[in-house]
Design a protein around this ligand. Structure first.
Ligand code: ADP
Length: 271
């Protein structure tokens, strides 16, 4: 089973910094974790900026970034590597985690809770003072190169009862809470990323604030900053504001007709 990891070289001075607006002291905390080789767990709802934060920090620290989206079919060999059969025999091919360990990259496992326990276990020896990766199939034990750092993301609200990280895994990470930013800051982000004027950005954020209050009244997922940016982008391409909100914010959140009706009423009351 292959995986779709993405590799980006975010070395400063060779490209533009991925734009990130801090919401607290997360940048200083991350830099200290990086300097001390501590693994980091980014906790927060979907679309609150976790991925953008890692991209920005990798750029700032001058490290390549290898991103691995986790899913329940992800096997340890997808992370570590495998022997490939070729016409003249078999050759070993490093997986993305092994490459990150060799290259001293930041390895970002997105939605780590989706991965199976036996897959997550291969991370353990990398998260303590040993910083090693044993590769059973080749008999090698790799020492992580300087600069290597493990970062995982985790959405605590999502499928909480069904899936959770084991305490023995959680305790190997420094956890950082990244929640939705304050309304003022979120409006700046929507304005910057979506390209809309400040009145529209403020309106979208006000709408999000109202919808987020429905969290305890049957709405499983609340609108993320990402959805607001999508609505803003539709507005910028000429879609009327309300239609953009129905398409980018209301429909993705619910299929249930009474909830959809309530959400559409909130859109109409806001704009
Ligand atoms: P997550 O990884 O938490 O699901 P993302 O990092 O993909 O979320 O965030 C979704 C989008 O929201 C980003 O592409 C970015 O445009 C925007 N965003 C959210 N928070 C911030 C922030 N603090 N600074 C800059 N952009 C942000």
């Amino acid at each position: 089973m292959g995986i779709q990891e993405s590799v980006s070289d975010l070395t400063p001075n060779t490209g533009e910094a991925p734009w990130y607006h801090p919401t607290g002291n997360e940048m200083a905390l991350f830099e200290q974790c990086h300097a001390r080789g501590l693994a980091v767990m980014l906790k927060g709802p979907t679309g609150c900026g976790k991925t953008r934060f890692v991209e920005h920090m990798a750029w700032k620290l001058g490290r390549p970034l290898i991103t691995i989206p986790c899913h329940d079919d992800l096997a340890a060999s997808d992370l570590i590597g495998r022997f490939l059969i070729q016409h003249n025999g078999t050759v070993w091919q490093d997986g993305p985690l092994t490459r990150a360990v060799r290259e001293g990259a930041i390895c970002y496992l997105d939605e780590v809770v989706e991965a199976r326990q036996d897959t997550v276990v291969v991370l353990h020896a990398l998260t303590d003072h040993r910083r090693i990766l044993p590769i059973d199939k080749t008999g090698e034990t790799l020492q992580a190169a300087p600069g290597f750092q493990l970062v995982v993301s985790y959405n605590p609200g999502y499928q909480r009862m069904l899936k959770d990280l084991k305490p023995s895994t959680r305790q190997r990470f420094v956890a950082m809470d990244l929640d939705f930013p304050t309304p003022e800051l979120e409006a700046r982000i929507v304005q910057h990323e979506g390209g809309v004027d400040s009145a529209t950005a403020n309106g979208l954020v006000a709408l999000a604030g109202r919808i987020r209050q429905l969290r305890d009244r049957g709405l499983a997922e609340v609108p993320s900053t990402r959805l607001l940016i999508a609505a803003a982008a539709l507005v910028m391409s000429g879609i009327p504001l309300r239609d953009a909100c129905y398409a980018a914010i209301v429909s993705p959140l619910s299929d249930e007709s009474s909830m959809v009706g309530a959400l559409r009423d909130l859109v109409d009351a806001t704009f």
